[in-house]
Design a protein around this ligand. Structure first.
Ligand code: AMP
Ligand code: FE
Ligand code: FE
Ligand code: ZN
Length: 286
């Protein structure tokens, strides 16, 4: 049997519902051999995950960076997974802090808009719900659920709510700068769910080719937000560009229905990620 390698998961350090120690324990219980912790725009979960790492499980420390491509109008948000990078690299640290601050501002503005429309959600309560982790729309979704306005997180992402009507942009990291900074920090950048049309607009293949030339290492193909045809397209593009291909759950605890290990990465792709990293942060073994 192939080893279970899940390279995209979230904890309470961002918008997941399991704490980092709970996340690594759940990964071991799910039978995974390798798990990556990839919270949005933060490395705050790394240390607590490391401290709690169960025997036999390997931990890849990473993050999912909120990026933006300004090659089209309006500009497009996209997510870049970054693995095994130096968490103290000053420019990257500064960008992550800036994006987290931008997330706070955007969250507060979304809440102000909701309140202006008479919807009773409270920013301090949402902040408390995020528990000090990177704030995201899933935390606002919980407030909409508490207020009885929607039943589920995915309903809260519908067009009447956070998916469109109350969707506001945030100031993300320029994607070329992000790729450069991750590589400069010894890490390995992989484009998360690049073809997920069900999430909204997607970038053209030409941009992915430009990113590959700029240092992008891989593409996430197997992801619940990709249809079978989209997964095949991503695989073909990766083959054309010489990029590695990953598959991951993008687990968020109870904020999403997907389970740990629902999609996995081939050992060859995982080994390539490890080999391409500078070694400043190594895969940890429990
Ligand atoms: P944000 O990072 O604040 O823009 O919010 C995006 C996050 O919301 C993603 O990382 C997912 O965790 C979550 N998300 C996006 N779409 C959905 C959906 N349809 N159902 C549940 N969660 C979603
Ligand atoms: Fe998320
Ligand atoms: Fe994502
Ligand atoms: Zn994610």
């Amino acid at each position: 049997m192939l080893p279970g390698i899940d390279l995209h998961t979230h904890s309470t350090a961002s918008d997941g519902t399991l704490s980092p120690p709970q996340l690594v324990r759940a990964a071991a219980e799910a039978g995974l051999d390798v798990v990556a912790i990839t919270d949005h725009d933060t490395t705050a979960g790394w240390e607590p995950a490391l401290q709690a790492l169960p025997a036999g499980l390997r931990l890849v420390r990473g993050a999912e960076l909120s990026c933006r491509w300004s090659g089209v109008e309006p500009s497009l948000p996209l997510h870049l997974l970054a693995y095994l990078f130096d968490p103290d690299a000053p420019e990257l640290v500064a960008e992550l802090a800036r994006v987290r601050a931008a997330r706070l501002q955007r969250g507060e503005r979304i809440v102000a808009r909701l309140r202006a429309d008479g919807i009773d959600v409270s920013w301090p309560e949402i902040l408390a719900g995020a528990g000090g982790g990177t704030v995201g729309r899933p935390h606002i979704a919980q407030a909409l659920i508490r207020a009885g306005l929607v039943a589920t997180t995915s309903e809260a992402f519908g067009p009447d709510w956070l998916g469109e009507r109350y969707r506001l942009p945030k100031e993300d990291i320029d994607v070329f700068r992000a790729v450069r900074l991750v590589r400069a920090a010894g890490g390995v950048p992989v484009f998360a769910h690049p073809r997920a049309t069900r999430r909204g607009r997607i970038v053209p293949d030409e941009l992915i080719a430009e990113l590959a030339a700029a240092g992008l290492a891989g593409l996430e193909a197997d992801h619940e937000d990709h249809s079978p045809a989209e997964r095949e397209h991503v695989r073909g593009l990766a083959a054309d560009l010489g990029l590695l291909v990953t598959g991951s759950s993008d687990f968020h605890g109870t904020h999403k229905t997907v389970q740990l290990g629902a999609f996995t990465t081939d050992p060859e792709a995982y080994e390539r990620i490890v080999a391409e990293s500078s070694g400043v942060v190594e895969v940890a073994s429990g």
